[in-house]
Design a protein around this ligand. Sequence first.
Ligand code: HDD
Length: 711
Amino acid sequence: MVVKKNTPSKAAKNGLKANKDKIEPSYTEQQGNGGETHQQAGGDIATLTSAQGIPVADDQNTLRYGARGPALMEDFHFREKIFHFDHERIPERVVHARGYGAHGYFELTDSLQDVTRAAIFQNVGERTPAFVRFSTVAGSKGSFDVARDVRGFAVKLYTKEGNWDLVGNNIPVFFIQDAIKFPDMVHSVKPAPDRDFPQAQSAHDNFWDFISLTPESFHMIMWVMSDRGIPRSFRFMEGFGVHTFRFLDSNDRSTFVKFHWKPKQGVQSVVWNEAVKINGADPDFHRRDLWSAISSGDFPEWELGVQLFDEEFAEKFDFDVLDPTKLIPEELVPVRIVGRLVLDRVVDNFFAETEQVAFCTQNVPPGIDFSNDPLLQGRNFSYLDTQVKRLGSPNFTHIPINAPKCPMAHFQQDGHMAMHNPVGRANYEPNSWGAAGGPRENPKQGFRSFASEETGPKRRLRPESFSDHYSQARQFYISQTPIEQKHIADGITFELSKVERPDIRSRVVSHLLHIDEDLATTVADGLGLPLPDPAETTQPTRTDLPASDALSILKNGPKTFAGRKMGILATDGVDADLFVALIAALQAEKANYEVVAPKIGGITLSDGTKVAAQQKIDGGPSVLYDAVAILASKEGTKVLASNPAAKDFLTDAFTHCKFIGYSAEACTLFKKAGLADDVDKGCIKLGSKNDANAFVKTCGALRFWQREKLD
Ligand code: HDD
């Protein structure tokens, strides 16, 4: 028998050759040796080695006895390779498993020296390195991006006095008031233990059962059911520290503070029908967006704002500032902008950075301190545990993404994977070895807690000051525009229509009656449910809280199409002047676009110019874009009219209230899509190249909401 040795295919070899210049070293040391690479044992392509650095001669065939004989235990290369592969996974986060991170910096624009001694807030213009991880909460690591869910907004700031982790969300309040309920809340939204579904969604019995029995969650529910629960991307979300924290100045004087991240790009969301379709078309919609924006130099930016207030305000405020289900309206305590956060670098390696980053709420530098918010107190206990479980060692702070960028000096030692250990003789303190004896405590510069005075019996209780569950939920609801209110009603109706037990649906509506009667009636009607009695409550809803415009997305929308993406559905023969003018207008506006064409090979314009396509029609549905243009020639329109995906492109864009620009010839597609009688002011005919600019400016409004009928 002729024995043939299995070698890499010709194509694989050619591929290697063709990309020779681009080939990265196969393994880059992440730490410890100054970033040297194992490389170039021969020629200009690095020689493959084992993890021990032993050059590998054959990576295609296991070592075996005879041509067809058994594998040999002696094959240490195979053993090491498979062993390592078998251990590649670490446990995913118990919540916020699906996330995406990027590097950047925080720059101080307004000194907070008057209220805090935190180093990061002293010198205007100073930049502090930052790493941010955005996430969904409920879905597993491989779930889709545009689930209806809260988004995590976790920021690690590598300050000169240690790491500060501000582990927030895109919603300023939380579901529960006491950390002891967190496992129940999370279990209820995650897949049921017997069937292990539903995945990454809250539209099911368990979640709404828990919510309907937990009235304190209703303020948060209003936010999650609003369009805030389906953000357009991470770049267009606000972030909130949620809890009340303390600032401490150099005399340990305390000022309460709430943290806000405000996106320079504006806040923007998608609509539900669109979200469902995006998840099919591109499950990575949000991570792709962040990656593309940063990679193309369009760096997302947020302003850091603080709401500062004192004990006196806290005493007279309508709600308890320690209750994490309440916010302080910006109209009452204005948000002072003190800095900006810019994300300007994608990760080199997802696992090393985004997966291994370990946020802990208890990481605060001197000058920042906690309040007694019971949820925050519980979180401070929880995060350390979870990192040890995930990362496998108390030395997770030695991983570069978690290591402070300021000097560290302590006597902690050993443990799994320890990279930094004490040197010299003394590894304890106090000691009498003088300067050789290592670091010492520093009462002046070191972290000091606020010396609050606490009294009271030891017992388990929920304070009376936490008992109003509906007034701020109502305030949020009345602060929304009619379209946003409709979306909230639609959102709740959709979710409850997936709940199988009518008594749970009814119980939810019994709470909504305390928030807004119209909302409750609309939802009940949408479910075909008789209106129940209002839920029992000890606290009547306050109706004197004024609307707060800051709570609405649409009242604060951006006025420009910058950073947004247009889908240009184009065909062969389209007017070259119009096409070029549209691209120029988009570029002038700093907007992005993709050409969507019948064939991925692209199109030929009327003047013979070839244009590459980024998407074939069925791979680039209009849900992926903020606005669309349909630029077709007469012949091209015929091609589109016979293509179901092209008709969907138009009808979806129309249904989702997007602005639609179209060349005169593309009119026929409206007919074919059954929209001929519906053409409205959001559908803009691009008669000549001169119309392109005005169209792109109009798109700055992002949606033509008049199209959505209000009952
Ligand atoms: Fe939490 C992760 C935000 C309440 C326990 N949480 C986690 C992350 C974010 C938040 C953004 C992901 C961090 C990352 O990207 O790695 N969590 C919040 C906010 C809360 C909150 C804004 C309320 C205001 N969390 C909360 C409570 C507990 C936890 C009450 C437990 C008592 N959270 C965790 C955790 C996680 C976590 C189990 C899972 C993975 C991790 O920590 O690193 O410890």
